[in-house]
Design a protein around this ligand. Structure first.
Ligand SMILES: C[S@@+](CC[C@H](N)C(=O)[O-])C[C@H]1O[C@@H](n2cnc3c(N)ncnc32)[C@H](O)[C@@H]1O
Length: 356
């Protein structure tokens, strides 16, 4: 039995990959993604029809059993504050196109992924009210909450808002069962950064996307930092940040940081070897944007390291430029988290079918 999925706002397909990796026969039949490079990545890895344009232009959605997807989050995210009101409003309305697809397809289940802030927004309150009143939506039981990817085996503390709805069941238990950490049955420890990247070369040999000796995609891409940047990296110990720089080498502190003595502790941060990383965003190759310095080497993490920390396997091929690929990696739902969602959806919506 194939469980046909539609992936909306599909990105590279981290969510779809986890559903496929679950081994439960989920297979995308249609995807929608506006960014051409991300759409090409999805097409390449899943070989289904991808509408590579805005969802607003999709008039017809094919039959499917499950709809999954993450409407863009900047409208709700603290990082989207610098957008103007009109652009934020437009982003915030996009999730309603997701509901348009649900109403048209009436799948057995649907999954909405977003930043945790979405669940506190007026739009989310509206969604909850529609789930009670809309003729189609009220057939679904649902549950929601904020999940941490680290609790599902990802080497990253990444908190995401998840909403799961299933038709024809009494309730949707919450949360999907964690596989790692104190809340898991087995109490297996969270996966560390060391566990997923330690085998990679300390200093990459390439500065552009290349090919590995076995013909795969080489994303272990180095950069050529200015000598001053290198000196800054050296001043920051494992787990340290820009405040260490201020303490150890105040002469190297950029003026904007000299004048701003408080603020996030993650800027110019260095990862810990033996902990999960913090959230990998779309510009992980810029140390000034977050906690992206390698635990011990004097450089930011590479695309391959970021993809591994997001739990992408090395044989998943990304299309596009270095910047486009970084965006796809940083935007993705970690496939291992998606696998846990897939199992949960499967048990609730399709378990009986397979057992029969
Ligand atoms: C958070 S990312 C999705 C990540 C994806 N679920 C994954 O796991 O890889 C949101 C995606 O929505 C896409 N997007 C933004 N506006 C869109 C629109 N109007 N129509 C279709 N896709 C859109 C963005 O290009 C981005 O790739």
């Amino acid at each position: 039995m194939t469980i046909r999925t539609i992936d909306l706002f599909a990105g590279a397909g981290g969510l779809a990959l986890g559903f496929r990796q679950s081994g439960l026969e989920f297979e995308p039949v249609f995807a929608v993604e506006v960014e051409p490079a991300a759409a090409r990545t999805f097409k390449r890895n899943f070989n289904c029809h991808v509408h590579d344009g805005p969802i607003e232009q999709v008039d017809h959605f094919p039959e499917a059993d499950v709809i999954i997807g993450g409407p863009p989050c900047q409208g709700f995210s603290p990082l989207g504050r610098d957008r103007d009101d009109a652009s934020r409003a437009q982003l915030n309305e996009l999730w309603q196109h997701y509901l348009r697809a649900v109403r048209a397809v009436q799948p057995k289940a649907f999954v909405i992924e977003n930043v945790p802030e979405f669940q506190k927004s007026a739009q989310f309150a509206r969604l909850l009210s529609l789930m009670e009143t809309d003729e189609v939506l009220k057939q679904y039981a649902f549950n929601f909450g904020v999940l941490n990817a680290a609790d599902y085996g990802v080497a990253q503390r990444r908190r995401r808002g998840l909403f799961i709805a299933v038709k024809g069941v009494a309730e949707v238990p919450w949360p999907p069962r964690p596989t790692h950490g104190p809340e898991s049955d087995t109490k297996v420890e969270h996966v560390s950064v060391r566990a997923v990247i330690e085998d990679l070369a300390p200093y990459p040999q390439i500065t552009e996307i290349g090919e590995t000796p076995d013909g795969g995609q080489d994303l272990h891409i180095g950069r050529n930092p200015r000598p001053e940047s290198l000196e800054r990296y050296k001043a920051i110990p494992e787990g340290g940040n820009r405040f260490d720089l201020a303490r150890v080498r105040p002469d190297l502190l950029p003026r904007c940081w000299r004048e701003k003595k408080t603020g996030t502790a993650d800027v110019m941060g260095r990862l810990w070897w033996d902990r999960p990383s913090l959230t990998i965003r779309t510009e992980f190759f810029k140390p000034e944007k977050g906690r992206y310095l390698h635990p011990v080497h004097h450089r930011p993490i590479t695309h391959r390291e970021a993809a591994r920390i997001q739990s992408f396997p090395d044989d998943f091929v990304f299309e596009g430029t270095k910047v486009e690929i970084a965006r796809q990696i940083g935007n993705a739902v970690p496939p291992l988290l998606a696998q846990a969602l897939a199992r949960h959806v499967y048990d609730l919506a399709f378990g009986d079918v397979r057992d029969a």
